[in-house]
Design a protein around this ligand. Structure first.
Ligand SMILES: O=C(CO)[C@H](O)[C@H](O)COP(=O)(O)O
Length: 214
């Protein structure tokens, strides 16, 4: 089985557990494809054999967290900065399981007041940030370059790009239209809306765990 290994504090539990099951001999014939350098390191440290999409273009199952999930299982991802590799690997999956707690559930994607990440090339990033802001001007968009908290320098992704975090005052409307408009802008590499990709959602709440399938 080829497994997409997600990134973030939730995915970390899954990756660690997969390593434990391999070690105990309860899982065999697993190859992991990590969605970030951080997950790559973690997976190696727990003994998961790794590969990539070039060698395994079809992924059987991916497991990851998310930052927002709407009632249709559309997601916002990338507040951890790994959205491009996540989208490539999770987009190549037969099954994509998303694990969140109830705090991640929203009525409308982009409406939580939290960031909608967009990965862009560093070249003339201010130009691209302004084009993004203008695209969603009617929604009261603010576009901020993500900074690295430790260094105070711009945050650089695993692919050596920057991230612009978009904040909206109002609903951004049709998500497919918004997605297409963002992707048409020169300088944009990818955005954090994962539309129609999740096949299973696992939600942990005070009353227990709920599972929703597409
Ligand atoms: O998209 C991601 C990283 O790019 C993460 O999956 C997302 O940020 C959720 O992280 P966490 O499980 O730590 O809340």
């Amino acid at each position: 089985m080829v497994l997409g290994l997600g990134t973030g504090s939730t995915a970390k539990h899954a990756v660690t557990r997969i390593g434990e099951l391999l070690h105990q001999g309860k899982l065999t014939n697993i190859i992991g494809i990590p969605t970030s350098k951080m997950t790559h390191e973690l997976a190696l440290s727990v003994g998961i054999p790794l590969s990539d999409l070039d060698s395994h273009p079809v992924v059987d199952l991916a497991i990851d967290g998310a930052d927002e999930v709407d009632p249709y299982m559309n997601l916002v991802k990338g507040r951890g900065g790994s959205l491009l590799r996540e989208k490539m690997i999770e987009g190549a999956c037969k099954k994509f399981v998303v694990i969140v707690d109830e705090s991640k559930l929203v009525e409308h994607i982009g409406g939580s007041g939290l960031a909608m990440p967009v990965e862009i090339v560093p070249f003339c990033w201010k130009f691209t940030a302004e084009r993004l802001r203008l695209l969603f001007e009617e929604a009261g968009c603010v576009a901020k370059l993500r900074m690295d908290r430790e260094s105070g320098e711009p945050f650089v992704t695993d692919n050596k790009n920057y991230i612009i975090d978009l904040y909206f005052e109002k609903d951004i409307g049709d998500l497919t239209v918004a997605s297409d408009a963002i992707l048409r802008l020169p300088g944009v590499v990818e955005h954090g809306m994962f539309l129609g990709m999740a096949t299973t959602l696992i939600v942990a709440g005070e009353l227990g765990v709920r599972v929703k399938n597409k």
